[in-house]
Design a protein around this ligand. Structure first.
Ligand code: SF4
Length: 291
């Protein structure tokens, strides 16, 4: 089987940076290294990091109190790392109040969205965030809008909004589809024409989405997408692969490959979410190439 591997498959710079921060804390310090919820959305990578002494505490959404007795912690040497998805200002205060040293691994692209929200809220704008209300990035961003923010995911959500007077600023979760965001924004502006729409989809997401189309154009007969089932950008890649009309297989590891079905194809495209480590991608490519 011929395997076409997408150029952008695997870690984006935000994930790479977050892992680098956590690892350097673990290598250079003498205490424990904790992350508030998953540092990134990839279970296998989080397990690997745990083996390096980086322990996940807190919950998936970074909403609940951390589930660890920190009374025995050495507050001089233990470090708490903030996740790549970012956290709300309220969560930041709470984590700082635990008294441990803190390191911020928020992706700079998410930080930029937070900055734009704060800027517009200060000027009196209402902020609309387009994205998944259950995703930690969106939960964190909404915190920057204080009581001036709404999250919408669909046209129906827009219909259900109250009347909003005054200026409105719209941003999106960093991993949105470009076309979907444009469509939602156009629909929104029919009801609220005063809205300023800001493109906050990150470059890494755009690049990965473009590369899925390239796989189809280059002759892939099916596409395998590797990545965590909680990873927003992996899920989006899988949906985008389905939209090409080709059969699509979303797997977390090579073990989940359906070899009987994949055997039917002679050219298969492989891509992976921004939080998928290379060792998982290499393993999938090896197995496919061996068919
Ligand atoms: S997908 Fe984009 S926003 Fe998310 S961590 Fe990567 S670069 Fe940052």
């Amino acid at each position: 089987m011929k395997v076409l591997r997408a150029k952008s498959a695997g870690f984006c710079f935000g994930v790479e940076r977050a892992i680098g921060i956590a690892r350097s804390c673990a290598r250079c310090g003498s205490g424990h290294v904790y992350t508030d919820g998953p540092l990134i959305h990839n279970r296998q990578m989080m397990e690997l990091l745990e083996g390096e002494g980086i322990k996940e505490i807190g919950d998936y959404k970074s909403e609940k109190k951390v589930d660890l007795d920190l009374s025995g912690s050495d507050k001089e040497s233990d470090i708490l790392v903030f996740r790549a998805h970012g956290i709300s200002p309220e969560r930041r205060e709470y984590l700082k109040s635990l008294g441990l040293k803190c390191k911020d691994a928020t992706c700079p692209d998410v930080g930029k969205i937070a900055g734009r929200i704060m800027f517009h809220v200060k000027k009196g704008y209402t902020v609309i965030i387009v994205g998944d209300p259950q995703h930690p990035e969106v939960i964190g961003l909404l915190g920057y809008a204080a009581d001036k923010g709404f999250v919408v995911k669909s046209k129906e959500d827009i219909d259900n909004l109250p009347d909003i007077k005054g200026d409105i600023c719209m941003v999106s979760q960093s991993t949105m589809f470009t076309d979907d965001y444009r469509e939602i924004a156009e629909y929104f502006k029919m009801r609220f024409p005063q809205t300023v729409v800001i493109d906050t989809i990150c470059g890494a997401t755009k690049e990965r989405q473009k590369d899925v189309r390239t796989l189809a154009e280059d002759g892939a007969q099916a596409i395998v997408v590797i990545g965590g089932r909680h990873s927003a950008n992996t899920i989006k890649l899988a949906i985008m692969a389905q939209r090409t009309g080709l059969p699509c297989f979303h797997v977390e590891t090579a073990k989940e490959l359906d070899m009987e079905v994949l055997r039917k194809f002679s050219v298969v495209g492989v891509t992976a979410g921004a939080s998928t480590p290379d060792f998982l991608i290499d393993e999938v490519c090896r197995r496919l190439e061996n068919i």
